[in-house]
Ligand binder design. Structure first.
Ligand SMILES: NC(=O)c1ccc[n+]([C@@H]2O[C@H](COP(=O)([O-])OP(=O)(O)OC[C@H]3O[C@@H](n4cnc5c(N)ncnc54)[C@H](OP(=O)(O)O)[C@@H]3O)[C@@H](O)[C@H]2O)c1
Length: 299
């Protein structure tokens, strides 16, 4: 521990706001892990839409300065007295607050050993979105063979993971994105039907595609939020499921719950952490994410 530096570079905000609130500081203290924490020397960090929510204040920071970043990969640099499952030098990837820094101290609940077969940096790029895609495709709505599933922003980080998971589960994937170039990427990863929601009437297109399958999708996975939520209620079929999982265009405003009744729609608003709150749950899904990467089932 004595060989560790006292200060480090980190990406911080001191207030919520636009891009100008983001500062790279060089004199942030290197945290000292508590007895039940590990200290990770980060080598790679992933960027996620949640970093935008943390900057703008849609998700409020508990205090300032607040270090951004929610996932990273690196090596254990120090362990607290009660830690048994990790030792200095172990290669790990994790979910945790403050990943955009050289060192991050955290509870090991969401820290996983990275198998040696995974190339450098890949675990950091995939763990949060991979865990989300796999757990949501099983637990928010269990995707089944032959289902018509609508995935918004399908060429994004989470979207591309979910396209590949849904494809492997045998679903017909209807992908939306804001450009034809993005749709081509979704197609390369397994999307069967492509809709440019900047230029096309996406609700009408979904109804056309699903006209022989109940006139709507079995499930919609929506990380766009405000701009698409109303349309989701139209695009889903009777007894279908709307998984409202994010707010890229803004938070979904309050609405009358009775609107679900006309088609007996199920509405779910999941958070990844609700599916990996127990260590065993996290380990199961993390192993699956790593297996998918190693087996080349996900690009
Ligand atoms: N609930 C959870 O636990 C959980 C966990 C992980 C991720 N998520 C959610 O999953 C979604 C995707 O996250 P991600 O990290 O993978 O990000 P991302 O997909 O790389 O980015 C979000 C995408 O949303 C689309 N979008 C539509 N309207 C937008 C707007 N006004 N501003 C910006 N983007 C807009 C864009 O795609 P187009 O250009 O194609 O429109 C953009 O690429 C987010 O909503 C995130 O909050 C939720």
């Amino acid at each position: 521990m004595s060989s560790l530096p006292k200060t480090q570079r980190s990406v911080q905000i001191n207030a919520h706001g636009g891009l100008d609130v983001i500062k790279v500081v060089t004199d942030a203290p290197v945290p000292i892990p508590e007895d039940n924490q590990v200290l990770v020397k980060n080598a790679f960090a992933g960027l996620n839409f949640i970093d935008t929510y943390a900057r703008t204040g849609l998700y409020l920071a508990p205090s300032f300065p607040f270090t951004l970043g929610r996932e990273a990969e690196g090596k254990i640099a120090a362990v607290g007295k009660s830690i048994q499952d990790f030792k200095v030098g172990d290669k790990v990837a994790y979910l945790g607050v403050g990943a955009l820094a050289e060192y991050t101290a955290l509870d090991p609940l969401h820290v996983a050993h990275v198998p040696s077969a995974i190339p450098e940096g890949v675990a950091a790029a995939g763990i949060l979105q991979g865990l989300t895609a796999l757990s949501f495709a099983r637990e928010s709505y269990e995707i089944k063979k032959g289902d018509y599933v609508l995935i918004h922003a399908a060429a994004g980080g989470f979207g591309l993971w979910l396209v590949q998971v849904a494809k492997a589960l045998g679903a017909h994937i209807i992908a939306t994105a804001s450009s034809d170039a993005k749709l081509a990427i979704a197609q390369e990863h397994g999307a069967e039907f492509l809709i440019n929601y900047s230029t096309q009437d996406w609700i009408a297109e979904v109804k056309k595609i699903t006209k022989d399958a109940g006139g709507g999708v079995a499930a919609v996975f929506d990380g766009v939020g405000k701009d698409t939520f109303d349309g989701d209620l139209e695009a889903v079929r009777r007894k279908g499921t709307v998984v409202s999982l994010g707010n890229a265009s803004g938070a979904v405003p309050p609405f009358a719950i009775s609107r679900l009744g006309s088609k007996n729609i199920k509405l779910v608003r999941p958070q990844l952490f609700g599916y990996i709150a127990e260590r065993e749950e996290f380990e199961t899904y993390a192993k699956e994410v790593f297996d998918w990467i190693i087996e080349g089932k996900v690009k």
